[in-house]
Structure formats: C-alpha cells, structure tokens
Design a protein around this ligand. Structure first.
Ligand SMILES: Cc1cc2nc3c(=O)[nH]c(=O)nc-3n(C[C@H](O)[C@H](O)[C@H](O)COP(=O)(O)OP(=O)(O)OC[C@H]3O[C@@H](n4cnc5c(N)ncnc54)[C@H](O)[C@@H]3O)c2cc1C
Length: 472
C-alpha cells in the first residue's frame, strides 16, 4: 500500500510550483503532477521557430515576479534565476516617431508625456513611491487575510485603483500621450477600459516600472519555473511530467490535493459537479513569436532600447481593439503588447539575430489568422519589419488552449477580470482557495490575486492547505 503523502499538486505552472515549495518548506511531503513534458505552464521557453531562437510562448516580461512577496522570499538566484533589465521597461510609440516611455525614473516618464501632463503624472505616483514592498504585499493578498501592513497607503491606492481607466485617464491627463500610455497599461487586464478597477491595474504596472523594473529572466521565462522546480527538489519534493490528471483516483493517496488548473477542470477531475458553472472566461489573444534577422527597425528611438513596446497609440484605438475582442469581432487594428528580450539577453538568439514576442486581443475561441493585421500594425511603427522576419510561430485561441488546458477558449488569464472578477474569483468565498471537498484546493490564477507570474495564488493556497492540515 502506497504511503500517504501530505500534498499532491496538479500542474507545475508558477502557482502550482510556488504552492508545492511553500508546503515543502514547512516540512510536508509533496509530489507535483504536470501534463506537459516540462514544468512551467505559462512560464516556458522553447525553440518555436528556428534552432538557437529561444522564445517564450506565454509570459515574457515579469514586473510582478521580480519583487513578488512569495518569489523574492525564495533563494531562486541560487537555482539559476537572474533578472535582466532593459534600458527602458516600456515604450509606447506614436506615428510621428516620438514615444511616451515608462522608465525606471519618474522624471523621465513624466517628461515623455509632454508639459501639460508631466506634473499630473508625478502627482499620481508620488504617494506610492518607495512603498512597493508593502503595497505589493497588501494588494497581492487575499482581501480577507488580516489587516494591511500599511493601511493608509492601501486605502489611498484603493481610491485610485477602484477607478476605471477611462475615469483615471480623462480626469488626470489632458493629452494623447499620457492617455495612450495609461490605456496601454490598463489593456494588460483584457477587460473594457471603462470597467471597475482597471485604472488600478494600470497604476500598479506603472509603479512596478519605477520600483522594480520590468525585467526578463536570463534565458527566458522557463528560468523562473526551472528555479522553482530545482528549489522544490532541494526541499525534498518530487515532480512528475507528462502525466495528465483526469481523475482524483489517478493520484497517490494524499491529505490534500492542490489544483493549478481552471475551476472547470478542477470540478471535472474532483467530481464537484457544477460548482463553478457561473465562472466566466474572458477573451483570448493571438500570439506570434518571430525569429528576426536583426533588431526591430523602430522609428521611435526609445522603442529600440525598451524591453516591452505597446503598439496602438491612442486611448481610443486601444479601447476599440479591446471592445472588439470582448464583443466577438474579428481584429482589424489590434492593440499589441510586444517584447524584444534578445535586446538585453543575447542568449535568446544566434549572434546578431533577435527574437520578438507579440500578442493582440481576439475573441474567445476565435479561429481566424491575425498575422496580416498584426504585421500591418507593427509596420506602422517599424517600417521594414517584415523584411527582417526569418520565421514565425503563430498561436490563436485553439492552439493556446491545446497547449495549456488552463487557457479555456484561449483565455490567458484563466478567468475574466472584468468588473469585480479580479477580486472575487473563482467565486465569493472567505477562503477562495478552498472547495466543497475538504481535501481539494485551487491555486491557479483563477484565484486572487489573479493572472500574471507572481506565485501569489500558490502562496495563499498553500497557507490555506497548511491551516487545514494543522487542524486535522
Ligand atoms: C501569450 C501569453 C502571454 C503572457 N504574458 C505574460 C507576461 O509577460 N507576464 C506575466 O506575468 N504573465 C504573462 N502571462 C500570464 C501568465 O503566464 C499566467 O498568468 C501564469 O502562468 C499563471 O500561472 P498558473 O500557475 O496559475 O497557471 P499556468 O502557468 O497556466 O500553469 C498551469 C499548469 O497546469 C498544468 N495542468 C493543467 N491541467 C492539468 C491536468 N489535468 N493534469 C496535469 N497538469 C495540468 C498545465 O499543463 C500547466 O503547466 C501570459 C500568458 C500567455 C498565454
């Protein structure tokens, strides 16, 4: 008879691995079961195009990981994780060849927005400057988990954070540059710009640039997952890859089962019926990874030294692109989030060559090919781009969902973040990581604090498991 484990984790994404590490750190016996042939989930790196070109099929840029309360408390540098900071965290080019920038320095960012908005930008970020660690700990937490560490800053941030991006940009800024920059940051939420809390998401990304940068891991985002896996093994944990869990009976006996999966899959595997029937998934993205013969020929100089480039200049264009994806329309002028990691990490491509990472928003389960509209949009800001393309790998919603079952309909956030869904996920509950089954827990980005590579859902879920096991 097999010995009873303390915990089994299903899925080796950043949250599953973080949950496993947190449990193993407390001396519990832990095994992880991952469907794919390698760990990482949304933090993978693969040669998707040509030999020597190392692409990130999912996450590439990590403002939320670098000083995440969970990940930065682990000795991941000892396990090979090294952060590389590009010259600029982010550039937002305009058709006239200029660019707004998100710099490590508030002053440089403010100056790039033009004289009429520079002061407003400084005033917006000033109350939070130098307070990232408490702010991140307070916001990347479960809202019911005790009092915030810095209640005054928390409340102050909350007043701004609750606003829509529409309200925030229209009341604070006067010109197109600042409004466009903020709308682009808000678009990471893949929700309408007029929705609750989307302004807060934009502010969080801006503060992250000033406080921690928007770095990439040397070698690609796989380095985050590999470091977590290596640390877990050091703590005595075991990882099985190439093992898709279809039913609880597939797993060895354990006191707790922690799912880094969608709520839908969890309900199916653990026999929870329609427990998450009301859980809503959001729109999807169309992803293209490029192998390039040289750097992207950006017209705007700042874009050449930025790690991330947002393409879609104005608030109006960005809002229209998001609304089209949410309403189920084909993309025509998509807003693009792009990253050029090889600008700062030469290990990502053969000498002189580059990798380029791009996605634009498309409807859930959309089956079209957005390559043409994506490249037309890039050419507006980098004429001659197409001539540098050596190879491309495309993935729309069906390919994203086939690659990782957590992306239901291609939803890379594993659950809509519109309205209050960023806070209340997968459903309203005091402990959102617990389920109707006392031994089954959910730890994926379908739980607070939501999408992104930060490991905080795994961290909080592990705490919930730990408390339950201690009580047992
Ligand atoms: C195109 C794209 C771009 C992104 N860009 C960024 C970015 O730049 N920065 C950022 O911070 N975030 C980004 N993200 C989001 C980020 O990748 C996710 O929010 C994050 O990976 C979620 O982590 P997770 O552990 O909850 O789930 P995942 O990373 O999705 O991991 C879940 C794991 O569980 C496994 N699994 C699922 N079901 C089973 C089963 N039944 N049996 C066994 N294993 C199973 C899956 O194979 C997967 O490995 C991006 C995502 C995508 C797709």
């Amino acid at each position: 008879m097999a010995t009873m484990l303390d915990a089994v984790v299903v899925g080796a994404g950043p949250n599953g691995l973080t949950a496993a590490v947190e449990l193993a750190r407390r001396g519990l016996s832990v095994e992880v079961y991952e469907a794919a042939d390698a760990v990482g989930g949304g933090a993978r790196t693969e040669e998707l195009t040509l030999p020597g070109f190392r692409h990130d099929p999912c996450s590439a840029v990590h403002p939320l990981a670098v000083r995440s309360p969970a990940l930065s408390a682990m000795p991941l540098d000892r396990h090979g994780l090294e952060w590389l900071h590009p010259g600029l965290p982010m550039a937002h080019p305009f058709p006239d060849g200029t660019a707004a920038v998100l710099s490590r320095h508030v002053g440089e960012t403010a100056a790039s927005l033009g004289p009429r908005d520079a002061g407003a930008y400084r005033r917006l970020v000033a109350p939070f400057h130098g307070k990232w660690d408490t702010l991140a700990a307070d916001f990347l937490r479960t809202q019911w988990d005790g009092l915030p560490a810095d209640p005054v800053t928390y409340a102050r941030f909350g007043l701004v954070a609750a606003q829509s991006a529409t309200l925030l940009t229209k009341t604070r800024f006067r010109d197109a540059k600042a409004r466009g920059l903020f709308a682009g940051l808000a678009a990471h939420g893949i929700a309408p710009l007029g929705g609750f809390g989307i302004g807060g998401m934009a502010l969080m990304f801006a503060l992250a640039a000033h406080e921690c940068g928007w770095p990439v891991p040397r070698g690609g985002s796989q380095a985050i997952a590999d470091a977590l896996a290596s640390y877990l093994r050091e703590l005595g944990g075991t990882i099985h890859t190439g093992f898709e869990v279809k039913h609880l009976d597939d797993l060895p006996p354990a006191r707790a089962f922690v799912f880094d999966t969608s709520p839908t899959a969890l309900a199916r595997i653990a026999g929870l019926g329609n427990a998450y029937a009301h859980f809503r998934y959001g729109p999807s993205v169309f992803k293209i990874d490029y192998a390039l013969d040289g750097p992207v020929p950006w017209t705007a100089e700042p874009a050449r030294r930025a790690g991330t480039i947002h393409i879609g200049p104005t608030y109006e264009e960005i809002g229209a692109a998001l609304d089209a994806a949410i309403a189920g329309h084909d993309p025509s002028v998509p807003f693009l989030i792009t990253s050029q990691p090889s600008v700062v990490d030469p290990s990502r491509a053969p000498e002189g060559k580059h990798t380029f990472w791009v996605y634009g928003h498309v409807p859930s389960a959309w089956e079209g090919d957005a390559t043409e509209v994506v490249e037309r949009q890039i050419e507006r800001f980098a004429p001659g781009f197409r001539d540098r393309v050596l190879a491309r790998a495309t993935a729309g919603p069906p390919e994203l969902a086939a690659r990782n079952p957590n992306y239901v309909g291609g939803d890379i956030a594993t659950g809509s973040v519109a309205g209050l869904r960023l806070l209340i996920r997968p459903k309203l509950a005091r402990v959102p990581y617990a389920t109707a089954h006392p031994a089954v827990f959910l730890c994926s980005s379908a739980t607070p604090p939501g999408p992104g590579v930060h490991g905080m859902s795994g961290y909080h879920a592990a705490k919930a498991v730990w408390r339950r096991l201690r009580e047992a």
